[in-house]
Design a protein around this ligand. Structure first.
Ligand SMILES: NC(=O)c1ccc[n+]([C@@H]2O[C@H](COP(=O)([O-])OP(=O)(O)OC[C@H]3O[C@@H](n4cnc5c(N)ncnc54)[C@H](OP(=O)(O)O)[C@@H]3O)[C@@H](O)[C@H]2O)c1
Length: 363
């Protein structure tokens, strides 16, 4: 295979411009940490309209709507999805409620953007994507990292074969959390894997394809959730990914995709806006794409632009992150959880609101 030499500059990103996509009417399900950042990002950087919010309580819905200038506040998920002026529902509840929220939305004929993970496991992800396909509505997991301009640069580097034969992915995602954050709560499907680990396994399966083997080791927290996990995956042709997630400690949260001709590094945090560096295998040359966007969740709007772009094109899935890719990722995580003896209760008893602050990067 002939390998192109490193160019003087990396290709620029090709993400849709806010003015080039239809202005959809969004309903937000959940009033927590990510929901508020998502709405603020859309309002700051797009012409998408956030017209309604749904909560377990009228008071929480009213407070969220008032703080973000949202017209209608609903006291249940059912009322939100029944809102005739909502085109697309953003499901921003804890993991174990993604399935129920997504099924409600697609059952009401709404397009749906579901926070990561799409479901607790591959089977739930399949149920959601099947229901959306049957209803003829758009469905995507909000794995926002893959929709960032940064990752379109990575995509083009991979597609152009600049790395040669890609053999290795190294990635970690570690942030420190304390009780009462929901990530420590087994009743809310907590643990490092579905919040943090899903970023590294998504990166690995996105770059190298489905896991053919999985080996995992880990430790639990005193609250009964996975605290950290070290994972080694193999992929087609025995390519390898070495991955780590932890909610106990802050780790570099950097990523490397290495091939026989060159190595691509994503300085941490790799899952948010940031630079892309490609260095030749002999270390003699390096080229960097510098991301103009600030690090942080202000970039969440790129996922919404992808939804609006696809809906405008009449697509039911994003070619950049189809449901099959989310299922492939969750299948690898299913094997990790099996090996670690982690289980997620699918129908926990109702719990009080446990929203709380995250670190600077958030997950
Ligand atoms: N993309 C990212 O960077 C990122 C970052 C953080 C989180 N996330 C994802 O977003 C989802 C939500 O995370 P978050 O950090 O925003 O959580 P959070 O702050 O706890 O908010 C979750 C919201 O869901 C609603 N909810 C419904 N049933 C609930 C229950 N039984 N217990 C607690 N809340 C319940 C609550 O709103 P009401 O009280 O109004 O019903 C709550 O405010 C997770 O799946 C997570 O993976 C993504």
């Amino acid at each position: 295979m002939s390998i192109p030499s490193l160019p003087d500059a990396l290709p620029g990103p090709r993400r849709p411009r806010p003015s080039s996509v239809p202005s959809l009417r969004w309903g937000v399900l959940g009033t927590g940490w990510i929901a508020s950042r998502f709405v603020a990002s859309l309002q700051a950087s797009t012409t998408q309209q956030v017209v309604a919010v749904g909560s377990r309580t009228q008071a929480s819905a009213d407070a969220f709507a008032a703080s973000l200038g949202i017209a209608r506040a609903h006291a249940s998920a059912e009322a939100l999805v029944a809102d005739a002026e909502v085109d697309v529902v953003y499901v921003a509840t804890p993991h174990h409620l993604h399935l129920a929220g997504a099924l409600l939305a697609v059952g009401a004929g709404k397009h749906v953007l579901v926070e990561k993970p799409l479901g607790l496991n591959a089977a739930e992800a399949q149920a959601i994507s099947d229901a959306a396909a049957r209803a003829g509505v758009f469905c995507m997991e909000a794995m926002w990292t893959l929709l960032l301009p940064r990752f379109d640069v990575v995509r083009q580097v991979l597609d152009a074969g600049l790395l040669g034969d890609v053999r290795t992915v190294l990635a970690d995602h570690g942030e420190h959390f304390e009780w009462p954050h929901r990530i420590l709560d087994p009743a809310l499907a907590g643990g490092s894997l579905l919040d943090l680990g899903t970023y590294v396994t998504t990166l690995a399966t996105w770059a190298l394809g489905p896991a053919t083997t999985v080996q995992a080791t880990g430790e639990m927290t005193g609250t009964g959730v996975n605290g950290q996990a070290a994972m080694v995956l193999t992929h087609a042709g025995d390519a390898t990914s070495v991955l780590h997630s932890t909610l106990l400690t802050r780790t570099p949260t950097a990523a490397t995709i290495a091939g026989t001709a060159a190595t691509l590094t994503l300085p941490g945090p790799f899952f948010v806006p940031g630079d892309v560096v490609v260095t030749s295998a002999d270390g003699s040359r390096s080229v960097t794409w510098t991301d103009p966007e600030p690090i942080g969740h202000g970039a969440l709007f790129h996922s919404a632009l992808e939804v609006a772009h696809c809906v405008g094109e009449g697509l039911l899935e994003s070619p950049l992150h189809p449901a099959a890719a989310a299922r492939t990722n969750l299948a690898a995580l299913d094997e990790v959880t099996r090996q670690l003896g982690v289980t997620y209760a699918p129908t926990p008893a109702p719990t009080p609101n446990t929203s709380s602050g995250h670190g600077a990067a958030g997950c």
